[in-house]
Design a protein around this ligand. Structure first.
Ligand code: SF4
Length: 997
């Protein structure tokens, strides 16, 4: 039965009248107090904006009352909040299920339906999919469809359309039966638990009178077909039937009504009263909503730009930059411009505009206020939870341990002292050195035999954290696992500093994350507590955190940055619509993954035509919403990918706005951003805050950036003995040499889990050294065709011993590299073949032979004495009085133009071998044994004349390098910029010079 009440449609011509009509209706004195009136809006942002507008309207209507009427302002509620309010009015309201509880009930229902299914479902049942099933159920019920009716309709549609052997239809039928079983089981479980969801609540609200009912509802949103945040058929039905409601006003613009909403309203309420917004009668007094239509002027690009009524920018950031420039330019011209508080930037999707706002408006010193919530996942606290999950997911890998211990969100204490960063770095190095690749058991083993004292506090902290979190590796009830994560966070979260300006936001974000995880655990404990390991815990925690939003506190003054929903409720002089690109305007509807559009139509889903018509209408409304001017802009690149402009732009002429071309003003190019203030000469520091200004003054007071000391010049250095490999590093990059050998900084351990090139190189050198020592000790000299097998066998033994103690996977890789596989020969084979194919008897081998002290080299200025040290990989003294110098290179050999070690060792060896074993030795051959590249054996020179040239050039290069080092020249100039990608000193290097020099 429809209860007697006033139900009417208030038609308004435009958004000016829309806002005015809501204001007039909100002040209707017919109903006792504002306490019994609700205004339904699409979003929280819209509610905030409407409250602000109502405040002004009330003060306009009642000047001099000191805002007396403002006390009577109604509650502005979203659809969900409407249910909350109605629920709260029930005399004995049932407990409402939280979203987490509903999800848990849905998961239990889907599992139960799955076990009763006979055929194979076309999908795997994952928690994310169950969330979609629940969403589909909600939409069905909101469309006033019963579950059984849904099944009948789909089965009917399938049987009418499909051939008997249609396997697609069969699968769809199976899926529909599964969904029906899930929905029915869900409904049974909800009733059984005695609490209610939205659908059970709706039935109860229609049956039971509230003690203190809502008397007047003003609906300012259309249905969900015209607006994704609108009401559903079931909501309109509830408002038609709920006891105690005396008046229901639906306010809508003509444009929206014309898009199909009017027809649908009349289908639900045949003969609904309609009033023109200009003739609203309240009580017996016609207050009227006479609103002079203030039509804005559309500002178009300046003459000479493409003939379009909108602006096109490079990307979203440039759109905001252009607005900031325009605002600043207008103010500098002292033109009559709207106040910042009367200016709005309107987008469809808040991100990334809200993030960009601080870099554009903030940097330009333009105050702004925001209304939209940001993703909770973007708050630092969410990253802290991720670190805990990561630690267990990676099985306590080194990188995850170090990230957790270093995180500013946590505080780890050992022996009453906080674990210092130095200890964490020491642990990082020690674990890297121990080839620790994860696994708590291995970490415990390492702890028992630990030698690095510096790292002990960090190791103890890592072990304590690991022991606490280890239960997450084993399957256990979901609620218990989530609570374990929460308990860990509670124990180790760093206390917030009250003086920290970021603390209030961080405190709120922590509270939001903790509440979310607490509710998730409670939902599972109460309704469905399956066994979860870290994989399920991680997936569930991240899914819920990603779906949650977080409203940062806004300053409340300045330019409004708001979405198109909220903008409909705001009274502005100047509006810029931004981000007019395909997929945003109009917004893409969320695809239903269970049914194709043809089947959805059968159960009442809207057509694309209805949706599109309403989107166009809302866009046209918005175009004319400002009082003075409107600007529209689009952009071409989104994340460096080309995007198409929105088709809504073609609707602009339909708004019939008068246009004015924007004049380009000189002062629009004036610097307005901090970076411009600092980058252009002379720097302007006036706009900087006190701290930033102090820094800027200090930087400006320093020597100029062209000064040599900014480019790696540190002044004369004392001569010292350098290793030749260090000098070769200088040739690769002087600054790297400086960091490593002058400052003696330690390289960051490699993040790679597998053995890094430096360690591989060490291992290869150790293996060949051990082999040739054993070979020589066994009385063997040259490796020949005859003793090749013996050499191979001995080498295999040496390799096996060297790989003992390495993790199994890593040992396997290195064994293949050294001994080879069925597919390719190993490094040992390459070395032996090189020797066996050049049969000269070996007198003696000098392995890892040290060359140190004073050497004479031929510099450009003549012979010069230098002090060097180095170690030749292998020096074979041959029977013919020559020697062969071998350098193992795990990668490719260096180019001859840059090589230093092999030619300089050649020169030094000749000097040191004078009279060795009573003989003279001359360099016969110098070669790289390169394990990468097209050739294994790469000779340093090919003929005696070539030999003189190569050795001569290398000596001159050595002399120049020593001069540059003694002159203190260490610019960051790598011989190849790709070197920077693997450089262990990248974090201390101003490599921004690279490419400029
Ligand atoms: S990052 Fe590049 S420029 Fe800097 S030290 Fe390393 S190699 Fe040289």
């Amino acid at each position: 039965m429809i209860t007697p009440r006033r139900t009417r449609l208030v038609r308004v011509p435009h958004l000016h009248a829309f806002r005015r009509a809501i204001s007039v209706l909100s002040g209707d004195p017919t109903f006792d107090t504002a306490h019994s009136r609700l205004v339904v809006v699409p979003t929280r942002g819209a509610a905030r904006q409407l409250r602000r507008t109502l405040e002004k309207e009330f003060q306009k209507d009642s000047p001099g009352t000191g805002g007396a009427r403002a006390i009577a302002r109604p509650d502005c509620v979203t659809r969900d909040e409407l249910y909350d309010c109605l629920h709260a009015r029930l005399t004995c309201p049932p407990r409402r299920l939280t979203a987490f509880e509903r999800d848990a009930v849905a998961q239990a229902s889907a599992r139960s339906a799955l076990s009763a299914s006979t055929g194979q479902l076309p999908f795997q049942l994952r928690p994310g999919l169950v969330a979609q099933i629940l969403r589909f159920y909600d939409q069905l019920r909101r469309q006033s469809q019963q579950v059984k009716r849904f099944e009948e309709l789909i089965e009917e549609a399938l049987s009418g359309a499909a051939a008997p052997s249609d396997r697609g239809a069969e699968r769809m039928g199976q899926q529909t039966r599964f969904l029906t079983r899930t929905f029915l089981e869900y409904e049974r479980r909800v009733l059984e638990c005695g609490a209610c969801d939205e659908h059970v609540l709706r039935d109860r609200l229609m049956e039971e009178s509230a003690g203190d009912p809502i008397r007047h509802v003003i609906v300012t949103v259309p249905d969900w077909i015209a607006d994704p945040d609108g009401l559903f058929v079931a909501d309109f039905d509830l408002l038609a039937r709920i006891p105690g409601l005396a008046a229901l006003d639906i306010v809508s613009t003509e444009a929206l009504l014309g898009s199909g909403f009017h027809e649908r309203l009349h289908n639900w309420w045949p003969g609904i009263d309609e009033v023109d917004g200009h003739d609203i009668e309240i009580g017996r007094v016609d207050l009227g909503v006479a609103v002079p239509r203030a039509r804005p002027v559309l500002v178009t690009p300046p003459a000479g730009a493409p003939d379009q009524p909108w602006f096109t920018h490079r990307d979203r950031e440039e759109e905001l930059v252009a607005i900031a420039r325009r605002i600043k330019a207008d103010r500098r011209r002292a033109a009559e411009t709207p106040a910042l508080d009367r200016t709005a930037v309107v987008f469809k999707r808040p991100l990334p505009y809200l993030y960009l706002a601080s870099e554009t408006f903030g940097a330009a010193g333009i105050p702004y206020q925001t209304y939209d919530a940001l993703p909770l996942a973007g708050e630092p606290t969410a990253a802290a939870i991720d670190l805990i999950l990561d630690l267990v997911e990676t099985s306590f890998a080194r990188a995850a341990i170090v990230a957790l211990l270093r995180s500013p969100h946590f505080r780890f204490v050992q022996d009453e002292d906080e674990v210092a960063r130095k200890a964490i770095s020491a642990l990082d190095r020690a674990l890297s050195g121990a080839r620790y690749l994860g696994d708590l058991g291995r970490l415990e083993e390492l702890g028992a035999t630990w030698t690095s004292r510096d790292a002990v506090p960090a190791l103890e902290a890592a072990l304590a954290a690991g022991r606490e979190l280890a239960p997450l590796l084993e399957a256990a009830p979901a609620a218990q696992q989530i609570r374990l994560v929460l308990a860990f966070f509670a124990s180790y979260a760093r206390p917030l500093d009250f003086d920290d300006p970021f603390a209030p936001r961080e405190r709120r974000a922590r509270a939001a994350v903790v509440q979310l995880l607490t509710d998730l655990a409670a939902g599972h404990a109460a309704h469905h507590d399956p066994l979860w390991t870290i994989d399920e815990v991680g997936a569930a925690a991240r899914r819920w955190i990603e779906e949650e939003t977080f409203a940062p506190e806004s300053s409340g003054t300045g330019v409004h940055l708001l979405d198109d929903q909220a903008a409909r409720y705001g009274d502005f002089d100047d509006i810029t619509l931004v981000g007019l690109v395909e997929n945003d305007w109009p917004e893409r509807p969320r695809r239903n993954i269970f049914c194709p559009p043809s089947l959805l139509k059968t159960i009442g889903w809207p057509s694309e035509k209805d949706r599109r018509g309403a989107a166009d209408a809302r866009f046209l409304d918005l175009l004319a919403s400002a009082s003075q001017r409107v600007v529209v802009s689009t952009f071409a690149l989104d994340d460096e990918a080309l995007v198409a402009r929105s088709a809504e732009l073609d609707q602009i002429p339909r708004a019939r706005l008068s246009t004015v071309a924007r004049e380009a003003h000189e002062n629009e190019a004036a610097r307005i951003f901090m970076d411009e203030a600092l980058a252009y000469e002379p720097p302007a520091l006036g706009a900087l805050g006190a701290t930033a200004r102090r820094w800027a003054e200090m930087r400006i007071g320093r020597s100029p950036s062209e000064a040599r000391d900014f480019h790696g010049s540190v002044g004369a250095q004392p001569s010292r003995t350098w290793s030749v490999s260090a000098l070769e590093t200088y040739l690769g990059c002087p600054f790297k040499f400086f960091a490593q050998h002058v400052l003696r900084l330690e390289e960051e351990p490699d993040e790679e889990e597998v053995m890094d090139p430096r360690r591989q190189g060490q291992l290869v050198h150790e293996v060949f050294e051990a082999f040739f020592r054993s070979w020589q000790a066994a009385g063997r000299r040259a490796v020949t065709q005859e003793n090749l097998d013996e050499a191979r066998a001995m080498f295999a033994g040496v390799v096996d011993r060297a790989l003992e103690g390495l993790p199994e996977a890593e040992a396997g890789l290195e064994r293949t590299r050294l001994l080879g596989s069925a597919a390719a020969a190993g490094l040992g084979e390459a070395v032996f073949r090189m020797e066996a194919e050049r049969p000269v008897a070996v007198v003696e081998r000098l392995i890892e032979h040290r060359l140190e002290g004073e050497f004479a080299i031929a510099a450009a200025s003549g012979t010069r004495v230098v002090f060097l040290r180095g170690k030749a990989d292998r020096l074979d003294l041959l029977e013919d009085g020559t020697f062969r110098l071998i350098d193992y290179k795990l990668g490719r050999p260096p180019s001859r133009a840059r090589a230093l070690q092999l030619p300089i060792y050649s020169v030094c060896a000749e000097q040191r071998l004078v009279n060795y074993a009573g003989r003279q030795w001359t360099l016969g051959q110098a070669a790289y044994l390169a394990f990468k590249g097209p050739r294994r054996v790469v000779p340093l020179f090919s003929s005696p004349s070539d030999r003189a040239k190569v050795l001569g050039e290398a000596q001159r290069r050595l002399a120049d390098t020593l001069d540059a080092i003694e002159g203190g020249e260490f610019p960051p100039t790598p011989d190849d910029v790709y070197r920077c990608e693997t450089c262990g000193f990248a974090s201390v290097c101003r490599k921004d010079y690279v490419g400029d020099v």
